[in-house]
Design a protein around this ligand. Structure first.
Ligand code: GAL
Length: 479
């Protein structure tokens, strides 16, 4: 192979190799050592919410078994590890009126252990698990959350920011708002279609921006870190590329997912114009005096614009998108969009029906981000493949998924010149997969949930990932 061809199979020097987890999905210890309940504790304890009525009370028990996780991180050779803080473990009722020392100790240990093993921590402040005490006060639907989140963020920057340099304020505001407040299959399980999720998204954007400013004004100079929010998106490919309607529906689809949060933060402080006009128009036709999508004031737009130091992207899948006229009597986010995402029958499906395997969609999405948001620094903060339970340790399909995806990222880096600095596999471990419970598995490590020791065993895909990491790409010839 020529040197030029070899370099196309190699990642840039210093490329970040990571894996990700989230507190509620792995920690367990749900009421240990003074932790307060989160919305996920309350939600998953209700009957009928989760497959087999499972919950994260124990999960991978990482609260007690952190050393086992660290061993996996070291075995893989990760240079980055993304995890989230359980807000209610640190601040049991959500505010700094009551600080839980044991929670601080736990995360200090994680951070210090990572650093002493040359692993850079990437810390998410809120990954779906709002303290229940705050939900009882209105949660993300109430504007009060903006100041409360700011107080929590400042507390975390002050407590851990001497060592943590990568912060993600909120994980996937789109999924958080849609599944938690519109569809109701995630905590807190509310269903007020077409209204509440826009209010929630609005407050999340303001909360994120305020926290970024707090970091910028009070901590950045000393701590020299980076703050962003993790945005998820499918890639939308026109169902019929020769149909102008399908092509413009893709723009709707992208605006209502990625653009909803990326435009305000990375572009102009405001929602995409398609989203504003579409919701306003439908709200008017539905007899409402104002749009169901709240508006930002001029001052708020100024406050939100530019509040990210890098682009954190979570990508899983793609859709073929078709225009679809929706009746006005149905008021919902999905009808507002007037675009239908369809899985192409030729795409392989993972162990969960929504996750069709489309690695090339990621390359297109990375290009779209590069062009739309002015060539930002990008970290792919989540990407992964689900297997059904019970899984085989020989997870060949996941091996192909990771290989295919990483090859597309290489093309985005070398051919399209996208500025991609790191990649995080979802997930380090099999874990509690929200409404699916333990029925599907995303790990690079298998977890035996029937064994009280919860042993972690590497999958074939984990071994493959370690090999790619150790070669910083796909040139193994010298072995
Ligand atoms: C993301 C989420 C993760 C994980 C993953 C796989 O939306 O951030 O927590 O569950 O999906 O479904």
């Amino acid at each position: 192979m020529t040197l030029a061809a070899e370099s196309k199979l190699t990642f840039p020097k210093g490329f970040g190799w990571g894996a990700a987890t989230a507190a509620y999905q792995v920690e367990g210890g749900w009421n240990a050592d003074g932790k307060g309940p989160s919305v996920w504790d309350i939600f998953s304890h209700q009957e009928g919410k989760i497959v087999n009525d499972e919950n994260g009370d124990l999960a991978c028990n990482s609260y007690y078994f952190w050393e086992k996780d660290l061993k996996c991180i070291k075995e893989l050779g990760l240079t980055y590890y993304r995890f989230s803080l359980s807000w209610a473990r640190l601040l049991p009722n959500g505010t700094t009126c009551n600080i839980n020392r044991k929670g601080i100790d736990y995360y200090n240990k994680l951070i210090n252990d990572l650093l002493s093993n040359q692993v850079t921590p990437v810390v998410t402040l809120n990954h779906f698990d709002l303290p229940q005490a705050l939900e009882d006060m209105g949660g993300w639907a109430s504007e009060e959350i903006v100041n409360i989140f700011d107080e929590y963020s400042a507390f975390c920057f002050r407590t851990f920011g001497d060592r943590v340099k990568f912060w993600i304020t909120i994980n996937e505001p789109y999924v958080y708002a849609d599944l938690g407040y519109e569809v109701g299959i995630h905590a807190p399980g509310l269903k007020q279609p077409g209204t509440l999720l826009y209010q929630v998204g609005h407050n999340m954007l303001k909360a994120h921006a305020k926290a970024w400013h707090t970091y910028n004004n009070l901590f950045r100079q000393l701590q020299k870190g980076f703050v962003s929010l993790a945005l998820n998106s499918d890639w939308a490919e026109p169902y019929d590329p020769s149909s102008p309607q399908d092509v413009s529906s893709c723009e709707h689809y992208m605006s209502f997912s990625l653009g909803w949060f990326a435009n305000p933060v990375f572009k102009d402080g405001d929602y995409p114009s398609v989203m504003k006009s579409q919701i306003k128009d439908r709200s008017e036709k539905q007899g409402m005096a104002v749009s169901r999508l709240p508006e930002f004031t001029a001052e708020e737009k100024k406050m939100i614009k530019g509040t990210a130091d890098f682009f954190a992207l979570n990508y899983y899948t793609s859709r073929k998108v078709q225009h679809s006229e929706k009746p006005l009597d149905v008021q919902s986010f999905h009808t507002d969009k007037e675009a239908e995402g369809i899985v192409d029958p030729s795409w392989p499906i993972s162990g969960v029906s929504w996750l069709a395997v489309v690695p090339w969609g990621l390359r297109k999405l990375l290009n779209y981000i590069k062009i739309t948001y002015n060539n930002p620094i990008i970290y792919i903060t989540e990407n992964g493949f689900a297997e059904k339970d019970p899984p085989s340790l020989e997870d060949d399909r996941r091996c192909d998924f990771y290989k295919g995806t990483l090859l597309e990222i290489l093309k985005a880096i070398h051919e399209d010149k996208a500025d991609i600095r790191g990649y995080f596999a979802w997930s380090l471990l099999d874990n509690f997969e929200w409404s699916y419970g333990y029925s599907i598995r995303f790990g690079l490590y298998h977890v035996d949930f029937k064994n009280p020791e919860l042993p972690r065993t590497v999958y074939k895909s984990g071994k493959q990932y370690a090999k790619i990491i150790s070669h910083n790409g796909f040139i193994y010839a010298k072995e």
